[in-house]
Ligand binder design. Structure first.
Ligand code: COA
Length: 549
Protein backbone atom coordinates (compact mmCIF):
# COMPACT_ATOMS: atom_id res chain seq x y z
CA UNK A 1 0.00 0.00 0.00
CA UNK A 2 1.35 3.45 -0.88
CA UNK A 3 0.14 6.58 0.85
CA UNK A 4 1.19 10.14 0.43
CA UNK A 5 2.24 11.93 3.59
CA UNK A 6 1.55 15.40 2.23
CA UNK A 7 -1.01 17.30 4.32
CA UNK A 8 -4.24 17.70 2.39
CA UNK A 9 -5.12 21.28 1.56
CA UNK A 10 -8.48 22.87 0.84
CA UNK A 11 -9.27 26.15 -0.88
CA UNK A 12 -12.62 26.60 0.82
CA UNK A 13 -13.06 29.81 2.79
CA UNK A 14 -15.55 28.85 5.49
CA UNK A 15 -15.89 32.53 6.46
CA UNK A 16 -17.04 33.77 3.03
CA UNK A 17 -20.63 34.99 2.43
CA UNK A 18 -21.03 32.48 -0.44
CA UNK A 19 -20.20 29.67 1.96
CA UNK A 20 -22.81 30.88 4.47
CA UNK A 21 -25.46 31.13 1.72
CA UNK A 22 -24.70 27.58 0.62
CA UNK A 23 -24.93 26.29 4.18
CA UNK A 24 -28.31 27.94 4.65
CA UNK A 25 -29.69 26.49 1.39
CA UNK A 26 -28.28 22.98 1.85
CA UNK A 27 -29.26 22.67 5.50
CA UNK A 28 -32.79 23.63 4.44
CA UNK A 29 -32.73 20.86 1.79
CA UNK A 30 -31.47 18.33 4.35
CA UNK A 31 -34.20 19.41 6.79
CA UNK A 32 -36.90 18.99 4.15
CA UNK A 33 -35.51 15.55 3.34
CA UNK A 34 -35.59 14.55 7.02
CA UNK A 35 -39.21 15.78 7.31
CA UNK A 36 -40.31 13.87 4.22
CA UNK A 37 -38.58 10.72 5.42
CA UNK A 38 -40.33 11.08 8.79
CA UNK A 39 -43.69 11.45 7.02
CA UNK A 40 -43.03 8.31 4.94
CA UNK A 41 -42.25 6.43 8.15
CA UNK A 42 -45.29 7.38 10.22
CA UNK A 43 -47.45 9.90 8.34
CA UNK A 44 -50.38 9.68 5.96
CA UNK A 45 -54.12 10.35 6.18
CA UNK A 46 -55.99 7.92 8.40
CA UNK A 47 -52.69 6.27 9.21
CA UNK A 48 -53.07 6.67 12.97
CA UNK A 49 -56.28 4.62 12.83
CA UNK A 50 -54.42 1.83 10.98
CA UNK A 51 -51.50 2.04 13.39
CA UNK A 52 -53.82 1.84 16.41
CA UNK A 53 -55.60 -1.16 14.90
CA UNK A 54 -52.27 -2.84 14.12
CA UNK A 55 -50.90 -2.26 17.63
CA UNK A 56 -54.28 -3.20 19.11
CA UNK A 57 -53.89 -6.64 17.55
CA UNK A 58 -50.61 -7.01 19.45
CA UNK A 59 -48.61 -6.52 16.25
CA UNK A 60 -45.31 -4.64 16.08
CA UNK A 61 -44.50 -1.75 13.71
CA UNK A 62 -42.46 -2.73 10.69
CA UNK A 63 -39.21 -0.91 11.54
CA UNK A 64 -39.38 -2.14 15.16
CA UNK A 65 -39.65 -5.67 13.76
CA UNK A 66 -36.45 -5.19 11.79
CA UNK A 67 -34.77 -3.72 14.90
CA UNK A 68 -35.67 -6.88 16.81
CA UNK A 69 -33.94 -9.06 14.20
CA UNK A 70 -30.73 -7.14 13.54
CA UNK A 71 -27.76 -7.06 15.90
CA UNK A 72 -27.69 -4.44 18.62
CA UNK A 73 -25.79 -1.49 17.18
CA UNK A 74 -26.10 -2.78 13.59
CA UNK A 75 -26.64 -0.09 10.97
CA UNK A 76 -29.77 -0.44 8.86
CA UNK A 77 -29.25 0.99 5.40
CA UNK A 78 -32.79 1.59 4.21
CA UNK A 79 -33.52 1.90 0.49
CA UNK A 80 -35.96 4.16 -1.32
CA UNK A 81 -37.91 5.29 1.74
CA UNK A 82 -39.62 7.85 -0.50
CA UNK A 83 -40.75 5.36 -3.15
CA UNK A 84 -44.08 6.44 -4.60
CA UNK A 85 -43.66 9.98 -3.21
CA UNK A 86 -46.36 12.20 -4.76
CA UNK A 87 -47.88 9.36 -6.79
CA UNK A 88 -50.79 8.55 -4.47
CA UNK A 89 -51.68 11.96 -3.06
CA UNK A 90 -55.27 12.69 -2.02
CA UNK A 91 -57.07 15.95 -2.81
CA UNK A 92 -55.29 17.65 0.10
CA UNK A 93 -51.86 16.58 -1.16
CA UNK A 94 -51.37 13.89 1.50
CA UNK A 95 -49.56 10.73 0.44
CA UNK A 96 -52.01 7.85 0.91
CA UNK A 97 -49.37 5.15 0.39
CA UNK A 98 -46.32 6.50 2.25
CA UNK A 99 -43.08 4.67 1.49
CA UNK A 100 -45.07 2.49 -0.96
CA UNK A 101 -46.05 0.39 2.08
CA UNK A 102 -42.87 -1.64 2.18
CA UNK A 103 -39.48 -1.34 3.88
CA UNK A 104 -36.30 -2.70 2.30
CA UNK A 105 -32.71 -2.39 3.43
CA UNK A 106 -29.60 -4.10 4.73
CA UNK A 107 -28.82 -4.94 8.36
CA UNK A 108 -26.52 -7.35 10.19
CA UNK A 109 -27.55 -10.55 11.93
CA UNK A 110 -24.66 -12.12 13.88
CA UNK A 111 -22.36 -9.88 11.86
CA UNK A 112 -23.69 -11.19 8.52
CA UNK A 113 -25.41 -8.68 6.22
CA UNK A 114 -28.90 -9.60 5.04
CA UNK A 115 -31.38 -7.82 2.82
CA UNK A 116 -34.71 -7.22 4.56
CA UNK A 117 -38.01 -7.03 2.69
CA UNK A 118 -40.75 -6.16 5.14
CA UNK A 119 -44.36 -5.17 4.42
CA UNK A 120 -45.91 -2.29 6.30
CA UNK A 121 -49.42 -3.53 7.11
CA UNK A 122 -50.43 -0.06 8.34
CA UNK A 123 -50.34 1.18 4.71
CA UNK A 124 -53.14 -0.32 2.56
CA UNK A 125 -52.87 -3.59 4.46
CA UNK A 126 -49.29 -4.00 3.20
CA UNK A 127 -50.66 -4.63 -0.30
CA UNK A 128 -48.24 -3.98 -3.12
CA UNK A 129 -48.62 -0.86 -5.28
CA UNK A 130 -46.41 -0.61 -8.40
CA UNK A 131 -43.54 1.10 -6.58
CA UNK A 132 -43.72 -1.50 -3.79
CA UNK A 133 -43.13 -4.26 -6.32
CA UNK A 134 -40.30 -2.25 -7.84
CA UNK A 135 -38.77 -1.84 -4.38
CA UNK A 136 -39.20 -5.55 -3.58
CA UNK A 137 -37.57 -6.62 -6.86
CA UNK A 138 -34.79 -4.04 -6.53
CA UNK A 139 -33.97 -5.34 -3.04
CA UNK A 140 -33.71 -8.87 -4.47
CA UNK A 141 -31.40 -7.63 -7.22
CA UNK A 142 -29.22 -5.97 -4.56
CA UNK A 143 -29.13 -9.31 -2.73
CA UNK A 144 -28.13 -11.08 -5.93
CA UNK A 145 -25.32 -8.74 -6.88
CA UNK A 146 -23.90 -8.48 -3.36
CA UNK A 147 -24.39 -12.15 -2.42
CA UNK A 148 -26.78 -11.52 0.45
CA UNK A 149 -29.44 -13.69 1.99
CA UNK A 150 -32.95 -12.23 2.23
CA UNK A 151 -35.21 -12.03 5.29
CA UNK A 152 -38.87 -11.53 4.41
CA UNK A 153 -41.15 -10.18 7.15
CA UNK A 154 -44.45 -10.92 5.47
CA UNK A 155 -47.57 -8.97 6.37
CA UNK A 156 -49.25 -8.17 3.09
CA UNK A 157 -52.58 -8.18 1.32
CA UNK A 158 -50.75 -9.18 -1.89
CA UNK A 159 -51.24 -7.27 -5.12
CA UNK A 160 -52.91 -3.85 -4.74
CA UNK A 161 -55.90 -4.89 -6.80
CA UNK A 162 -57.04 -1.53 -8.25
CA UNK A 163 -53.65 -1.29 -10.01
CA UNK A 164 -53.28 -4.97 -10.79
CA UNK A 165 -52.26 -4.37 -14.42
CA UNK A 166 -49.20 -2.41 -13.25
CA UNK A 167 -48.14 -5.11 -10.79
CA UNK A 168 -48.97 -8.51 -12.08
CA UNK A 169 -47.94 -9.51 -15.57
CA UNK A 170 -44.65 -7.96 -16.68
CA UNK A 171 -41.06 -9.16 -16.37
CA UNK A 172 -40.20 -7.20 -13.25
CA UNK A 173 -43.65 -7.44 -11.66
CA UNK A 174 -44.90 -9.82 -8.96
CA UNK A 175 -43.95 -12.89 -11.01
CA UNK A 176 -40.44 -11.51 -11.38
CA UNK A 177 -40.10 -11.37 -7.59
CA UNK A 178 -40.88 -15.09 -7.26
CA UNK A 179 -38.55 -15.89 -10.16
CA UNK A 180 -35.79 -14.02 -8.36
CA UNK A 181 -36.57 -15.64 -5.02
CA UNK A 182 -36.27 -19.14 -6.46
CA UNK A 183 -32.99 -18.28 -8.18
CA UNK A 184 -31.48 -16.52 -5.15
CA UNK A 185 -32.15 -19.65 -3.13
CA UNK A 186 -30.55 -21.82 -5.81
CA UNK A 187 -27.50 -19.55 -5.68
CA UNK A 188 -27.07 -20.50 -2.02
CA UNK A 189 -28.40 -17.24 -0.62
CA UNK A 190 -30.74 -18.03 2.29
CA UNK A 191 -34.38 -17.02 1.82
CA UNK A 192 -36.01 -16.86 5.26
CA UNK A 193 -39.59 -15.83 6.03
CA UNK A 194 -41.51 -14.86 9.10
CA UNK A 195 -45.26 -14.78 8.44
CA UNK A 196 -46.94 -12.00 10.40
CA UNK A 197 -50.16 -11.42 8.52
CA UNK A 198 -52.27 -12.70 5.70
CA UNK A 199 -50.39 -14.16 2.72
CA UNK A 200 -53.10 -14.56 0.13
CA UNK A 201 -52.87 -15.84 -3.45
CA UNK A 202 -49.55 -14.70 -4.98
CA UNK A 203 -48.51 -13.53 -1.52
CA UNK A 204 -48.54 -17.15 -0.34
CA UNK A 205 -45.54 -17.85 -2.54
CA UNK A 206 -43.20 -15.55 -0.60
CA UNK A 207 -43.13 -17.98 2.36
CA UNK A 208 -43.78 -21.03 0.20
CA UNK A 209 -40.63 -20.34 -1.85
CA UNK A 210 -38.51 -19.61 1.24
CA UNK A 211 -35.87 -22.03 2.50
CA UNK A 212 -37.26 -21.87 6.02
CA UNK A 213 -40.50 -20.38 7.37
CA UNK A 214 -41.80 -19.41 10.81
CA UNK A 215 -45.43 -18.49 11.34
CA UNK A 216 -46.67 -16.46 14.27
CA UNK A 217 -49.75 -17.92 15.89
CA UNK A 218 -52.92 -15.85 15.72
CA UNK A 219 -51.66 -13.37 13.10
CA UNK A 220 -49.85 -15.33 10.38
CA UNK A 221 -51.99 -16.92 7.64
CA UNK A 222 -51.18 -18.46 4.29
CA UNK A 223 -53.77 -19.44 1.69
CA UNK A 224 -54.10 -19.43 -2.09
CA UNK A 225 -57.71 -18.24 -1.65
CA UNK A 226 -59.06 -16.60 1.53
CA UNK A 227 -62.38 -17.50 3.20
CA UNK A 228 -64.52 -15.29 0.87
CA UNK A 229 -63.05 -16.93 -2.24
CA UNK A 230 -63.45 -20.43 -0.79
CA UNK A 231 -67.08 -19.65 0.04
CA UNK A 232 -67.73 -18.30 -3.46
CA UNK A 233 -65.92 -21.13 -5.25
CA UNK A 234 -66.88 -24.12 -3.12
CA UNK A 235 -69.64 -22.97 -0.84
CA UNK A 236 -67.36 -23.97 2.05
CA UNK A 237 -67.52 -21.76 5.13
CA UNK A 238 -64.24 -21.82 6.97
CA UNK A 239 -62.48 -19.66 9.51
CA UNK A 240 -59.20 -17.99 8.40
CA UNK A 241 -57.10 -19.78 11.02
CA UNK A 242 -58.54 -23.20 10.17
CA UNK A 243 -57.95 -22.51 6.48
CA UNK A 244 -54.36 -21.26 6.69
CA UNK A 245 -53.26 -20.47 10.25
CA UNK A 246 -49.90 -21.17 11.86
CA UNK A 247 -51.02 -24.41 13.56
CA UNK A 248 -52.47 -25.87 10.36
CA UNK A 249 -49.40 -25.04 8.28
CA UNK A 250 -46.82 -26.09 10.87
CA UNK A 251 -48.51 -29.27 12.13
CA UNK A 252 -50.66 -30.44 9.22
CA UNK A 253 -49.62 -29.11 5.78
CA UNK A 254 -45.91 -28.57 6.53
CA UNK A 255 -45.92 -25.30 4.56
CA UNK A 256 -44.33 -23.70 7.66
CA UNK A 257 -41.39 -25.17 9.58
CA UNK A 258 -41.93 -23.63 13.00
CA UNK A 259 -44.66 -21.91 14.96
CA UNK A 260 -44.02 -19.06 17.39
CA UNK A 261 -46.47 -17.83 20.01
CA UNK A 262 -45.33 -14.21 19.67
CA UNK A 263 -43.43 -12.03 17.26
CA UNK A 264 -40.59 -11.67 19.77
CA UNK A 265 -40.23 -15.44 19.96
CA UNK A 266 -40.23 -15.67 16.14
CA UNK A 267 -37.42 -13.10 15.82
CA UNK A 268 -35.36 -14.94 18.46
CA UNK A 269 -35.69 -18.16 16.46
CA UNK A 270 -34.93 -16.40 13.20
CA UNK A 271 -31.69 -15.07 14.70
CA UNK A 272 -30.85 -18.60 15.84
CA UNK A 273 -31.48 -19.87 12.28
CA UNK A 274 -29.08 -17.26 10.95
CA UNK A 275 -26.30 -18.94 12.93
CA UNK A 276 -26.68 -21.95 10.63
CA UNK A 277 -26.68 -20.28 7.22
CA UNK A 278 -22.92 -20.41 6.60
CA UNK A 279 -22.69 -16.90 5.12
CA UNK A 280 -19.68 -14.59 5.22
CA UNK A 281 -19.60 -11.90 7.88
CA UNK A 282 -19.36 -8.23 6.89
CA UNK A 283 -15.76 -8.15 8.17
CA UNK A 284 -14.73 -11.44 6.55
CA UNK A 285 -10.93 -11.32 6.46
CA UNK A 286 -10.68 -13.48 3.33
CA UNK A 287 -12.18 -10.83 1.03
CA UNK A 288 -10.52 -9.81 -2.25
CA UNK A 289 -10.37 -6.04 -1.89
CA UNK A 290 -7.67 -3.92 -0.27
CA UNK A 291 -8.99 -2.79 3.12
CA UNK A 292 -7.13 -1.05 5.97
CA UNK A 293 -8.15 0.65 9.22
CA UNK A 294 -10.66 3.48 8.66
CA UNK A 295 -9.64 7.09 9.38
CA UNK A 296 -12.00 10.09 9.56
CA UNK A 297 -11.60 12.80 6.91
CA UNK A 298 -9.23 15.64 7.86
CA UNK A 299 -11.93 18.12 6.76
CA UNK A 300 -15.33 18.01 8.42
CA UNK A 301 -18.04 16.41 6.19
CA UNK A 302 -20.44 19.08 7.52
CA UNK A 303 -18.52 21.53 5.31
CA UNK A 304 -20.17 19.83 2.31
CA UNK A 305 -23.18 22.04 3.05
CA UNK A 306 -21.05 25.12 2.43
CA UNK A 307 -19.41 23.79 -0.76
CA UNK A 308 -22.42 22.56 -2.75
CA UNK A 309 -23.74 25.64 -4.55
CA UNK A 310 -27.09 26.99 -3.47
CA UNK A 311 -27.62 27.99 -7.12
CA UNK A 312 -27.37 24.91 -9.33
CA UNK A 313 -26.02 27.01 -12.22
CA UNK A 314 -22.88 27.78 -10.21
CA UNK A 315 -20.38 24.90 -10.38
CA UNK A 316 -18.55 23.58 -7.32
CA UNK A 317 -15.16 21.92 -7.04
CA UNK A 318 -15.35 18.12 -7.04
CA UNK A 319 -12.00 17.77 -5.27
CA UNK A 320 -13.33 19.72 -2.29
CA UNK A 321 -16.24 17.26 -2.08
CA UNK A 322 -13.88 14.27 -2.27
CA UNK A 323 -11.68 15.66 0.53
CA UNK A 324 -14.70 15.55 2.86
CA UNK A 325 -15.71 11.99 1.96
CA UNK A 326 -12.44 10.07 2.08
CA UNK A 327 -10.19 8.76 4.84
CA UNK A 328 -7.79 11.39 6.19
CA UNK A 329 -8.89 13.54 3.20
CA UNK A 330 -6.07 11.77 1.35
CA UNK A 331 -6.63 11.72 -2.41
CA UNK A 332 -4.09 11.02 -5.12
CA UNK A 333 -5.37 12.62 -8.29
CA UNK A 334 -4.67 10.89 -11.61
CA UNK A 335 -3.57 13.17 -14.50
CA UNK A 336 -4.44 16.25 -12.41
CA UNK A 337 -3.34 18.68 -15.12
CA UNK A 338 -5.12 17.13 -18.10
CA UNK A 339 -8.81 16.86 -18.87
CA UNK A 340 -9.56 18.83 -15.73
CA UNK A 341 -13.34 18.86 -16.10
CA UNK A 342 -13.20 15.32 -14.69
CA UNK A 343 -11.32 14.57 -11.49
CA UNK A 344 -10.02 10.99 -11.14
CA UNK A 345 -7.94 9.48 -8.38
CA UNK A 346 -7.39 6.96 -5.63
CA UNK A 347 -8.55 7.24 -2.02
CA UNK A 348 -10.05 5.16 0.77
CA UNK A 349 -13.50 5.24 2.31
CA UNK A 350 -13.72 3.58 5.71
CA UNK A 351 -10.48 1.80 4.84
CA UNK A 352 -11.72 0.49 1.45
CA UNK A 353 -9.62 1.44 -1.54
CA UNK A 354 -11.68 3.16 -4.21
CA UNK A 355 -11.09 4.84 -7.57
CA UNK A 356 -13.11 8.06 -7.74
CA UNK A 357 -14.37 9.75 -10.91
CA UNK A 358 -16.04 13.10 -10.30
CA UNK A 359 -17.26 15.87 -12.60
CA UNK A 360 -16.11 19.43 -12.62
CA UNK A 361 -18.78 20.51 -15.08
CA UNK A 362 -19.10 19.69 -18.79
CA UNK A 363 -17.31 16.58 -20.11
CA UNK A 364 -14.84 17.40 -22.91
CA UNK A 365 -13.02 14.88 -25.12
CA UNK A 366 -9.90 15.00 -22.96
CA UNK A 367 -11.86 14.46 -19.74
CA UNK A 368 -13.73 11.51 -21.28
CA UNK A 369 -10.44 9.93 -22.37
CA UNK A 370 -8.89 10.50 -18.97
CA UNK A 371 -11.86 8.82 -17.29
CA UNK A 372 -11.62 5.89 -19.72
CA UNK A 373 -7.91 5.45 -18.98
CA UNK A 374 -8.60 5.61 -15.23
CA UNK A 375 -11.42 3.03 -15.42
CA UNK A 376 -8.98 0.68 -17.17
CA UNK A 377 -6.45 1.22 -14.39
CA UNK A 378 -9.03 0.39 -11.71
CA UNK A 379 -10.18 -2.62 -13.69
CA UNK A 380 -6.60 -3.88 -14.02
CA UNK A 381 -5.87 -3.32 -10.31
CA UNK A 382 -9.28 -4.58 -9.11
CA UNK A 383 -10.21 -1.32 -7.41
CA UNK A 384 -13.95 -0.46 -7.03
CA UNK A 385 -15.15 2.65 -8.83
CA UNK A 386 -17.10 5.52 -7.32
CA UNK A 387 -18.77 8.03 -9.63
CA UNK A 388 -19.66 11.44 -8.17
CA UNK A 389 -21.99 12.80 -10.79
CA UNK A 390 -22.47 16.51 -11.40
CA UNK A 391 -22.48 17.31 -15.09
CA UNK A 392 -24.55 19.08 -17.69
CA UNK A 393 -23.37 16.47 -20.21
CA UNK A 394 -20.79 16.10 -22.98
CA UNK A 395 -19.53 19.23 -24.75
CA UNK A 396 -21.43 20.26 -27.86
CA UNK A 397 -20.39 22.59 -30.71
CA UNK A 398 -18.35 22.36 -33.91
CA UNK A 399 -14.93 22.32 -32.20
CA UNK A 400 -16.06 19.53 -29.95
CA UNK A 401 -17.60 17.49 -32.78
CA UNK A 402 -14.50 17.95 -34.91
CA UNK A 403 -12.45 16.77 -31.94
CA UNK A 404 -14.43 13.52 -31.90
CA UNK A 405 -16.47 14.03 -28.71
CA UNK A 406 -18.97 11.37 -29.89
CA UNK A 407 -16.37 8.62 -30.14
CA UNK A 408 -14.43 9.78 -27.09
CA UNK A 409 -17.58 9.92 -24.98
CA UNK A 410 -18.47 6.48 -26.31
CA UNK A 411 -15.12 5.09 -25.13
CA UNK A 412 -15.94 6.27 -21.61
CA UNK A 413 -19.48 4.88 -21.78
CA UNK A 414 -18.19 1.52 -23.05
CA UNK A 415 -15.54 1.37 -20.31
CA UNK A 416 -18.15 2.14 -17.63
CA UNK A 417 -20.53 -0.48 -19.01
CA UNK A 418 -17.89 -3.20 -19.14
CA UNK A 419 -16.00 -2.63 -15.90
CA UNK A 420 -16.31 -5.76 -13.75
CA UNK A 421 -15.18 -4.16 -10.49
CA UNK A 422 -17.99 -2.99 -8.19
CA UNK A 423 -19.32 0.41 -9.29
CA UNK A 424 -21.18 2.94 -7.14
CA UNK A 425 -22.76 6.25 -8.07
CA UNK A 426 -23.76 9.27 -6.04
CA UNK A 427 -25.65 12.02 -7.83
CA UNK A 428 -24.20 15.09 -6.10
CA UNK A 429 -25.53 17.70 -8.55
CA UNK A 430 -26.74 17.59 -12.15
CA UNK A 431 -27.16 14.32 -14.01
CA UNK A 432 -27.99 15.61 -17.46
CA UNK A 433 -28.00 13.99 -20.87
CA UNK A 434 -25.48 11.39 -21.91
CA UNK A 435 -23.26 12.65 -19.09
CA UNK A 436 -25.58 10.69 -16.81
CA UNK A 437 -24.76 7.55 -18.80
CA UNK A 438 -21.00 8.13 -18.92
CA UNK A 439 -21.04 8.76 -15.17
CA UNK A 440 -22.70 5.42 -14.45
CA UNK A 441 -26.35 6.44 -14.17
CA UNK A 442 -29.08 3.91 -13.36
CA UNK A 443 -29.03 2.53 -16.92
CA UNK A 444 -25.47 1.34 -16.31
CA UNK A 445 -26.49 -0.65 -13.28
CA UNK A 446 -24.12 0.56 -10.59
CA UNK A 447 -24.42 -1.62 -7.49
CA UNK A 448 -25.97 1.28 -5.64
CA UNK A 449 -27.04 4.74 -6.70
CA UNK A 450 -27.80 7.39 -4.10
CA UNK A 451 -28.68 11.03 -4.70
CA UNK A 452 -28.32 14.27 -2.74
CA UNK A 453 -31.38 16.49 -2.21
CA UNK A 454 -29.86 19.24 -4.39
CA UNK A 455 -29.50 16.88 -7.38
CA UNK A 456 -31.29 17.15 -10.73
CA UNK A 457 -31.82 14.36 -13.25
CA UNK A 458 -33.07 14.92 -16.81
CA UNK A 459 -32.12 14.82 -20.47
CA UNK A 460 -31.35 18.54 -20.20
CA UNK A 461 -31.93 21.46 -17.85
CA UNK A 462 -35.27 23.26 -17.84
CA UNK A 463 -33.65 26.37 -19.40
CA UNK A 464 -32.13 24.38 -22.27
CA UNK A 465 -35.36 22.45 -22.82
CA UNK A 466 -37.28 25.69 -23.07
CA UNK A 467 -35.09 26.80 -25.96
CA UNK A 468 -34.93 23.43 -27.71
CA UNK A 469 -38.59 22.44 -27.43
CA UNK A 470 -40.01 25.87 -28.18
CA UNK A 471 -37.77 26.11 -31.28
CA UNK A 472 -38.97 22.67 -32.42
CA UNK A 473 -42.60 23.62 -31.89
CA UNK A 474 -42.21 26.90 -33.75
CA UNK A 475 -40.44 25.16 -36.63
CA UNK A 476 -43.30 22.62 -36.74
CA UNK A 477 -45.78 25.46 -37.13
CA UNK A 478 -44.08 26.32 -40.44
CA UNK A 479 -44.21 30.08 -40.09
CA UNK A 480 -47.75 30.32 -38.69
CA UNK A 481 -48.30 33.51 -36.70
CA UNK A 482 -47.51 33.26 -32.96
CA UNK A 483 -47.80 36.04 -30.45
CA UNK A 484 -45.16 36.76 -27.83
CA UNK A 485 -47.69 35.62 -25.20
CA UNK A 486 -48.10 32.25 -26.93
CA UNK A 487 -44.34 31.73 -27.05
CA UNK A 488 -44.06 32.73 -23.39
CA UNK A 489 -46.82 30.25 -22.50
CA UNK A 490 -44.98 27.47 -24.37
CA UNK A 491 -41.77 28.31 -22.54
CA UNK A 492 -43.56 28.30 -19.18
CA UNK A 493 -45.18 24.93 -19.89
CA UNK A 494 -41.90 23.30 -20.93
CA UNK A 495 -40.07 24.90 -18.01
CA UNK A 496 -42.60 23.57 -15.55
CA UNK A 497 -42.50 20.06 -17.02
CA UNK A 498 -38.71 19.84 -16.89
CA UNK A 499 -38.46 21.45 -13.46
CA UNK A 500 -40.98 18.97 -12.02
CA UNK A 501 -39.49 15.94 -13.70
CA UNK A 502 -35.87 16.71 -12.84
CA UNK A 503 -36.68 17.16 -9.14
CA UNK A 504 -34.88 14.63 -6.91
CA UNK A 505 -38.17 13.65 -5.22
CA UNK A 506 -39.69 12.85 -8.61
CA UNK A 507 -36.69 10.60 -9.29
CA UNK A 508 -36.56 8.84 -5.94
CA UNK A 509 -40.33 8.29 -6.04
CA UNK A 510 -39.80 6.19 -9.19
CA UNK A 511 -36.76 4.31 -7.87
CA UNK A 512 -34.34 5.91 -10.30
CA UNK A 513 -32.04 5.80 -7.27
CA UNK A 514 -31.77 3.71 -4.10
CA UNK A 515 -32.61 6.69 -1.94
CA UNK A 516 -31.97 10.34 -1.26
CA UNK A 517 -29.28 10.81 1.36
CA UNK A 518 -28.07 13.75 3.40
CA UNK A 519 -24.61 14.67 2.03
CA UNK A 520 -23.05 14.22 5.49
CA UNK A 521 -24.15 10.57 5.55
CA UNK A 522 -22.56 9.75 2.19
CA UNK A 523 -19.28 8.44 3.57
CA UNK A 524 -20.95 5.98 5.96
CA UNK A 525 -23.41 4.78 3.32
CA UNK A 526 -20.59 4.14 0.84
CA UNK A 527 -18.45 2.49 3.53
CA UNK A 528 -21.17 -0.10 4.12
CA UNK A 529 -21.70 -0.66 0.38
CA UNK A 530 -17.96 -1.20 -0.15
CA UNK A 531 -17.79 -3.58 2.82
CA UNK A 532 -20.48 -5.71 1.17
CA UNK A 533 -18.31 -6.09 -1.92
CA UNK A 534 -15.15 -6.76 0.06
CA UNK A 535 -16.65 -9.89 1.66
CA UNK A 536 -17.59 -11.45 -1.67
CA UNK A 537 -15.54 -13.92 -3.63
CA UNK A 538 -13.55 -12.14 -6.37
CA UNK A 539 -15.61 -11.79 -9.53
CA UNK A 540 -14.25 -13.05 -12.84
CA UNK A 541 -11.11 -11.03 -13.59
CA UNK A 542 -11.81 -8.28 -16.08
CA UNK A 543 -9.74 -7.10 -19.03
CA UNK A 544 -6.24 -6.17 -17.86
CA UNK A 545 -5.04 -4.10 -20.80
CA UNK A 546 -4.58 -0.41 -20.15
CA UNK A 547 -4.75 1.62 -23.36
CA UNK A 548 -3.31 5.09 -22.89
CA UNK A 549 -5.89 7.44 -24.34
N1 COA B 1 -55.68 -4.49 -2.75
C1 COA B 1 -56.06 -3.22 -2.46
N2 COA B 1 -56.28 -2.77 -1.20
C2 COA B 1 -56.09 -3.64 -0.23
C3 COA B 1 -55.71 -4.97 -0.45
C4 COA B 1 -55.49 -5.39 -1.78
N3 COA B 1 -55.07 -6.62 -2.08
N4 COA B 1 -55.59 -5.58 0.74
C5 COA B 1 -55.89 -4.68 1.67
N5 COA B 1 -56.21 -3.50 1.10
C6 COA B 1 -56.54 -2.22 1.77
C7 COA B 1 -57.97 -2.13 2.26
O1 COA B 1 -58.81 -1.70 1.22
C8 COA B 1 -57.83 -1.09 3.36
O2 COA B 1 -57.68 0.18 2.74
P1 COA B 1 -58.03 1.56 3.50
O3 COA B 1 -57.02 1.72 4.59
O4 COA B 1 -57.92 2.61 2.44
O5 COA B 1 -59.43 1.38 4.03
C9 COA B 1 -56.49 -1.42 3.96
O6 COA B 1 -55.78 -2.13 2.95
C10 COA B 1 -56.57 -2.31 5.18
O7 COA B 1 -57.33 -3.46 4.86
P2 COA B 1 -58.29 -4.17 5.93
O8 COA B 1 -58.95 -5.33 5.27
O9 COA B 1 -59.17 -3.14 6.57
O10 COA B 1 -57.20 -4.61 7.01
P3 COA B 1 -57.07 -5.95 7.81
O11 COA B 1 -55.84 -5.76 8.61
O12 COA B 1 -58.29 -6.27 8.53
O13 COA B 1 -56.80 -7.09 6.73
C11 COA B 1 -55.73 -8.20 4.88
C12 COA B 1 -55.65 -7.09 5.96
C13 COA B 1 -54.54 -8.02 3.97
C14 COA B 1 -55.69 -9.56 5.55
C15 COA B 1 -57.08 -8.07 4.11
O14 COA B 1 -57.22 -6.73 3.70
C16 COA B 1 -57.16 -8.92 2.88
O15 COA B 1 -57.46 -10.10 2.97
N6 COA B 1 -56.94 -8.31 1.69
C17 COA B 1 -57.15 -8.98 0.40
C18 COA B 1 -56.13 -10.04 0.18
C19 COA B 1 -56.26 -10.63 -1.19
O16 COA B 1 -57.22 -11.30 -1.52
N7 COA B 1 -55.27 -10.39 -2.02
C20 COA B 1 -55.23 -10.93 -3.34
C21 COA B 1 -53.85 -10.70 -3.82
S1 COA B 1 -53.58 -11.43 -5.38
Amino acid sequence: MTTTTRRPTSRIDTGSPGYADNVEANVALATTLAERLRYAIDGGPGRQRSIDRHLGRGKIMVRDRIDMVIDEGSPFLEFSTLAGYGQHDDADGNDTVPGAGIVTGIGLVHGVPYVFIANDATVKGGSLVPMAIKKHVRAQDIADENDLGVIYLVDSGGAFLPLQDEIFPDKDHFGGSFYRQARLSAKGLPQLSVVLGGCTAGGAYVPALSDEVIMVEGIGRIFLGGPPIVKAALGEIVDADDLGGAALHTRVSGVSDEIAATEAEAYGRLRRWCEDTNQRRIDDPTGWLDVVESEPPAFDPEELYGIVSADDRIPFDATEIILRLVDASRFRAFKPEWGTSIVCGFARIHGHQVGIIANNGIIFSESALKATHFIELCEQRRVPLLFLQNTSGYMVGSDSEAGGIAKNGAKMVAAVANATVPRYTVLIGGGYGAGNYGMCGRGFQPRFLFAWPNSRLATMSAETAQTVLVDIRLAGMRGAETTEEEVAAMRAEVGEQFTTQSDPYYATSRLWDDGLIDPVDTRDVLGLCLALAARQPEPEPGRKIVYRM
